[in-house]
Design a protein around this ligand. Structure first.
Ligand SMILES: Cc1cc2nc3c(=O)[nH]c(=O)nc-3n(C[C@H](O)[C@H](O)[C@H](O)COP(=O)(O)OP(=O)(O)OC[C@H]3O[C@@H](n4cnc5c(N)ncnc54)[C@H](O)[C@@H]3O)c2cc1C
Length: 375
């Protein structure tokens, strides 16, 4: 008997589970809320220029299985991601100084506040500590660098004081370097698709039946149970059960503007991603995808990233892990009332601040579990 799976969401997590189950002989259907698959990672085109309306998406991983998986679907173009950050070294500086992100000790030595920073660094613990984000980061880089590079960015990004946030995401996102290694990531594999990773996701989904424009919720599980043996949910669970607000999310909106250029290779900002931690600037960073895509075209698109939109982009990392617990309770509630077995995978359904490679790894593992349980 052919087993059948309904998959809710056509981002990485939905596409990868669909592919794996189809390959194992299942009948699979993906239901996607928006009019195209690709999820958060989706790129778009404005006046011929590829840009990223959901923020910069660099694919990086040290997971061989994940790297080989995406290679099979055409994500192979190597890329080295380097980020810049703009700081105002003096309160009254009119123009900012551009530095590497993460900060490099050699560059910091040229700044007027280096003597203070140097003293602060001498008194730091051997390994950073702290339950909350602010304590952890100050113990990693000292107060002065924290104020210059981190505080404003974090307040803008999360809309709250950094001392109220969990430090759980800090080790992956914040660093201070003395090795002159300028790439942001230290992963074994790093790729950038010149046309956007949604093309890779579309390729993965090519043999799968996909219905776009279909937002499913918990009440649809009854209907699904008539035609499917299991459901896989990659959607945010508060909205899925019709109780917006039960989980906290932080969204960003990208204000993207086309700018003409004289030559095909021209760009207008200093790097693909430039962080703007100063409170003088209302957004957190600029993204100019052309740096990474290498697209040769007159014109470019620069996007300013403004936090505070209602989109469900980032799970909210409180110190007490309040919403992770609420998400767990939602999973139990949905599974308990569902007429068919339900599985949860991906960034939204699991309410986790994870990258694309981790979403893929989760989906591969979810598919393995399903195949094991439905032999
Ligand atoms: C601003 C930003 C920058 C990022 N930068 C990077 C980066 O540089 N590198 C990196 O690796 N990762 C990055 N990420 C993370 C990356 O976007 C995610 O890890 C990845 O997209 C998660 O895939 P997913 O399938 O779990 O979720 P999504 O991509 O969100 O896919 C979920 C899909 O489900 C659909 N859906 C939702 N609800 C329903 C419903 N009820 N019914 C039907 N369909 C539904 C959505 O429309 C969407 O298509 C970034 C994320 C953000 C927000």
């Amino acid at each position: 008997m052919t087993l059948r799976a309904a998959i809710i969401g056509g981002g990485w997590a939905g596409a990868v589970t669909a592919h794996q189950l189809l390959g194992a002989g299942w009948r699979v259907e993906v239901f996607e809320r928006s009019d195209r698959v690709g999820g958060h990672s989706r790129a778009e085109v404005l006046n011929g220029v590829v840009y990223e309306p959901n923020g910069a998406h660099i694919f990086h991983t040290s997971n061989r299985e994940v790297a080989e998986f995406v290679n099979r679907f055409g994500l192979v173009r190597p890329y080295e991601h380097c980020v810049l950050t703009e700081i105002f070294a003096h309160e009254d500086d009119e123009s900012p100084t551009l530095l590497s992100w993460p900060p490099q000790i050699d560059e910091l030595k040229n700044l007027p506040f280096w003597p203070t920073v140097s003293k602060e660094l001498e008194s730091l613990p051997a390994t950073p500590k702290g339950e909350d984000f602010e304590t952890f980061v100050i113990s990693l880089m000292g107060e002065t660098l924290y104020r210059q590079f981190i505080y404003g960015y974090t307040v803008k990004q999360w809309g709250c004081e950094p001392s109220t946030l969990s430090s759980s995401f800090a080790p992956k996102r914040v660093d201070l370097r003395s090795d002159n290694y300028r790439r942001l990531f230290r992963d074994t594999w790093e790729y950038f698709s010149p046309v956007g990773v949604n093309h890779v996701i579309e390729e993965i989904l090519r043999p799968v039946s996909v219905t776009c424009g279909a937002e499913l919720d918990v009440t649809d599980l009854e209907d699904l149970s008539r035609n499917f043996d299991i459901a896989i949910v990659t959607a945010p669970l508060d909205r899925f059960v019709g109780r917006d607000g039960e989980l906290a999310w932080r969204g960003v909106s990208m204000r993207s503007r086309y700018q003409p250029t004289d030559n095909e290779a021209d760009t207008v900002t200093a790097a693909y991603v430039v962080n703007r931690p100063s409170m003088r600037v209302p957004y957190t960073r600029t993204v100019e995808t052309k740096h990474a895509s290498g697209q040769l075209i007159c014109g470019t698109v620069v996007s300013e990233e403004y936090p505070g939109s209602p989109a469900r982009h980032y799970p909210f990392p409180t110190v007490e892990r309040r919403y992770e617990q609420a998400n767990q309770a939602l999973k139990i509630e949905i599974a308990g009332s569902s007429p068919l077995p339900v599985y949860f995978t991906g960034r939204l359904a699991n309410y986790q601040y994870i990258d694309q490679d981790q979403a893929i790894a989760q989906a591969l593992s979810c598919a393995r579990d399903i195949l094991e349980q439905h032999k």
